[in-house]
Design a protein around this ligand. Structure first.
Ligand code: B16
Ligand code: MG
Length: 213
């Protein structure tokens, strides 16, 4: 068996918090006079850090913001986003995701999270997955966001495995680039399935079962 572990991205792979990110950024954008923040802009934010996501919005503004103002704007968006996360529960973990996670574990694979989000622990708790994964690497543990491989290398280190023995699952092109840069196998869902560099394009998470066994 080539892969001994699967490292999952969180937002857009395990759960659909990507919709909350979009709604929260949209609210912030409108509050600062950016009225044309679109779903296409939001696609560019997939997988990238909170501060880089903010920059994608500020590019559309004629105003210039100081570093302190940027930090305050990012915090304001996070407050909106967190209040949306409060409403999440185990019902927000799709049944197909749960079934796939258990089937992979039953086949002896280690399971980890590699997410840019600083809200990872909170989201996993809400989904009933607190303590479920063998390792969790998140945005609080890294200094360079995807497409840098740091978060996945951290997950592999926590699993005590080599990158070549771990398969990363991503919904973001930046995440696939991070996985490849770190020497991981890269499986892609959604937009990441169409990206040319993706090793294994997936139509659903359960496709993983055929890849890893
Ligand atoms: P936070 P992932 C990423 O999560 C999101 O895709 C990205 O849109 C977000 O900006 C980033 O987390 C930071 O999130 O503001 O919660 O720290 O896809 O890497 O699981
Ligand atoms: Mg993602």
């Amino acid at each position: 068996m080539k892969y001994r572990a699967v490292i999952f991205d969180l937002d857009g792979v395990i759960c659909s918090t990507d919709e909350y990110h979009f709604a929260a950024w949209k609210q912030l954008a409108e509050a600062i006079g950016v009225t044309d923040f679109s779903r296409a802009d939001s696609e560019l934010q997939r997988g990238v850090s909170r501060m880089e996501s903010l920059e994608i919005i500020l590019r559309k503004s004629e105003r210039r913001f100081s570093e302190e103002e940027k930090i305050a704007l990012a915090e304001r968006k996070n407050q909106i986003y967190r209040s949306m996360l409060e409403g999440m529960s185990e019902a927000d973990l799709p049944g197909s995701v749960r079934t796939t996670l258990f089937a992979l574990r039953e086949r002896g694979l280690k399971l980890a999270i590699g997410s840019s989000s600083k809200n990872t622990a909170f989201i996993l708790e809400r989904l009933g997955l607190g303590g479920f994964f063998d390792a969790v690497a998140d945005g609080n543990m890294i200094s360079r966001g995807k497409p840098d491989p740091e978060v996945f290398l951290k997950a592999a280190e926590l699993l005590a495995l080599e990158p070549c023995n771990c398969l990363v699952v991503e919904d973001a092109v930046a995440g696939i680039q991070a996985a490849l840069a770190g020497g991981f196998g890269a499986a892609g869902l959604g937009g990441a399935a169409k990206f040319e560099g993706t090793t294994y394009p997936l139509s659903s998470l359960s496709d993983l079962l055929a890849i890893v066994t």
